[in-house]
Design a protein. Sequence first.
Length: 391
Amino acid sequence: MKSTLDLNALTAKPFIGLVELMRLAHANVDLAALGQMLIDKTVENPHDANALMDLATVLQLRGNPDLALQFQAEAIELQRAYVSPNHSQTTMRVLALLSSGDLMANTPIEFLLENSDIALTQFYVSLESGEFDLPEHDVLFVAIAESEENLPLLKQLEPILKSWAKPVLNKPEHIAKMSRDAACQLLENAAGIVMPETVRYTVENLNPELFDYPLIIRPVDSHAGHDLEKIESQTALNNYVERQRFNEFFVAQFVDYRNADGLFRKYRVMLISGQPFLAHLAISDHWMIHYLNAGMAEDAVKRTEEAQAMHDFAATFAKKHAAAFKIIYERTGLDYVGIDCSETPDGKLLIFEIDSCMIVHAIDCVDLFPYKPAYMAELFAAFQQLLKTAQ
């Protein structure tokens, strides 16, 4: 995609979409030239909402969130519906409801439907618009993630969608229960599950003398490890709070989940109609694991273990924790939900987070991860079957 010809072909598309843009970013392609071409396209036609939305995505991927959200708002002002590229004959129409915001604000459903026979339209709703005259569809999927900002919107959608004429998946009232403190209450006393109690504190009532250490703390609505720290003492907690610009935090007891080899392992499991699928396994010598910082691409031994875990998942991890996954499915009420988890030393399912908007994709380098496409195809097929069964 580095040649001018390729960029011209890309920007000639009515709408590029998140999947292709993130694939380029994931492959370390410099998106600056593409961003400039999209700017030129919007200068030529200021009413090209698709180009504005693509530009907003490029800016987010390049680490310019404020400008990205500005262009996103301009795009939504012009047009609320965005039709994802589809290269197959369509068999059904799915409408996903989105909120404005960054890449964590919504379920990245585009990845799940890439190259499928399902036509996807993503529609941005807001409290201010009051607009629910939606495009034609066979199934409606609520892609809006739980967050402080989105909770009023989810609340507004709840009575509207209760009597919706078409099937609704991931209903808003269930998504609203996915905050870190509410989720642990939802799974309280669940057999085979450990999810440390998460309590919300303001700066004013965050008394260091209240806690047993170590603990983990993060600002409310933070994701991907931003400002997440393990705190070992009262002094360290005071220092953490003084450094932060936030007023509210989630605090939970730290659970040491190292294996016997001294490494931490985090599984991303997606429940689709209650059936678990392994999206990835990240292995690290640090307790705070994210797939991109776990060194999976640099370590063939880790990749071999992940490949084996994917191959054996149904017969091992999924079977061992089948009762726990059933409880999560029943208590969350979500048709599609992600779980970042591990195991405690005594073999229970240790849950870090439950969320409807975890990213699942098939954009990893096939040369490094030759085992992934087949397993991701199974996951995508299950999601697509969920949609087709609902209609």
